[in-house]
Design a protein around this ligand. Structure first.
Ligand code: PMP
Ligand code: GLN
Length: 392
């Protein structure tokens, strides 16, 4: 049974949100905003329902959303995407990633990811019957977590079918820079590998970090499937509207699998997201700019609070997560610390070990690490850090 594989089990997010609900602790574990996205975008979904757009949308997604996604890739990154053949709308990024891995990899194939990795990666690689190979991110002095170029080159070889990349990176908040992306691109070109890149946090970067899509590097558009989602950008995680763009033949292969996973995604939300993406230099864009500015402030608030509480913190350049090490407080096991945090401080976090495979160098490196989210209202974060401050 694939469910016997350690990678396919109850997700850590369900477990930790249940712990928060049970104990009444402040949930800084699962990453979802405690304030909804823009009201005018929500109204657009209501309008789509009232307008009777309630039957199955087209398999690849509603044309307006495919056009909006293609235009977004052009406007922000200079990528030339054909909305007819090179865009597939999916049920969140999660389905895009699953369908892409199932479409491209099977028994005997290796799928390379960074480690720590978003938890669904290990699960879908196991479901595909492929082998998961990981490359640890390494902590540097002053530059946060970075790609280990030599380890990455060594991990990609003749058995590699897919590299599944994630930048901005959950959980470390690292935003890969052009030199790191070139290491990935060079290995992919050399070994004729397809790269699936999970860019759901593309717009959530801070300070002077900027997201660069891998598909913009030389020779990469033809071998890259780029995945994103409205969940993070628009703060509507519950709508589950995602998409994948890339060369027609690869997108076709993903669509073939997607048909048998969910057939299509929810129609009214696709119409609303289409309006919002088209307007990302208008009212929706202004809302997004406010979100990023406010997340940057909330990042600083949480990081400073965690440092004052005694954690060793690596300040993230992107996403809405921060990794904090509990060792200075005397905890060298993050999973144990997370299990006790509700009782010790009335707060919930997620152990970074849930994003690692037991026994790997990364699992050892991140053993004492806890991931906290800052996509919560400022007063919630203030109270959270006040409570954590009482731990020592
Ligand atoms: N990839 C990463 C790195 C994530 O953090 C998440 C979580 N939200 C997803 C994919 C899933 O996105 P969605 O909710 O759109 O399925
Ligand atoms: N991506 C979010 C996180 O990392 C949650 C998504 C989920 O619960 N599956 O916390």
């Amino acid at each position: 049974l694939v469910a016997d594989d350690g990678a396919v089990r109850a997700t850590v997010f369900a477990e930790m949100s249940a712990l928060a609900a049970r104990t009444g602790a402040i949930n800084l574990g699962q990453g979802f905003p405690d304030v909804d996205g823009p009201a005018h975008v929500a109204e657009a979904a209501v309008a789509a329902i009232r307008a009777g757009r309630n039957q199955y949308p087209p398999g690849p997604g509603v044309p307006a959303l495919r056009q909006a996604v293609a235009a977004h890739q052009g406007r922000h990154y200079g990528l030339d995407v054909d909305p007819e053949t090179e865009v597939l709308v999916t049920v969140g990024a999660t389905e895009a990633l699953a369908a892409a891995v199932l479409a491209l990899a099977g028994p005997g194939d290796e799928v390379v990811t960074l480690e720590p990795y978003y938890d669904s990666y290990a699960a879908v690689v196991a479901m595909a019957g492929a082998t998961h190979v990981t490359v640890p991110l390494v902590r540097t002095d002053g530059a946060g977590y970075r790609l280990d170029a030599a380890a990455f080159r060594a991990a990609v070889g003749p058995r590699t079918r897919v590299v599944l990349l994630n930048t901005p990176h959950n959980p470390t908040g690292a935003v890969l820079d052009p030199a790191e992306l070139e290491v990935v691109a060079a290995a992919a070109r050399e070994h004729d590998v397809v790269v699936i890149t999970d860019e759901v946090y593309e717009h959530l970067t801070y300070d002077d970090a900027r997201h660069v899509p891998l598909a913009t590097l030389p020779g990469m558009a033809e071998r890259t499937l780029t995945v994103s989602s409205a969940g993070k950008t628009l703060s509507f995680t519950g709508w589950k509207v995602g998409w994948v763009t890339g060369p027609a033949a690869l997108v076709d292969a993903v669509r073939a699998v997607k048909q048998y996973l969910t057939y299509v995604g929810s129609g009214p939300f696709q119409h609303a997201v289409a309006d919002a993406l088209t307007d990302d230099d208008g009212r929706t864009g202004a809302w997004m700019a406010d979100l990023v500015a406010s997340l940057e402030r909330r990042r600083d608030l949480l990081c400073e609070g965690l440092v004052s509480a005694g954690f060793d913190v690596v300040v993230p350049q992107g996403t809405y997560f921060v990794v904090a090490d509990g060792r200075p407080l005397g905890f060298d096991d993050g999973a144990e610390l997370c299990a006790r945090l509700p009782e010790l401080a009335g707060v919930v976090g997620v152990p970074v070990s849930a994003f690692c495979r037991a026994g790997t160098p990364a699992a050892e490196e991140f053993r004492s690490a806890v991931r906290f989210t800052f996509v919560k209202q400022e007063d919630v974060l203030v109270e959270g850090v006040r409570r954590l401050g009482g731990m020592r």
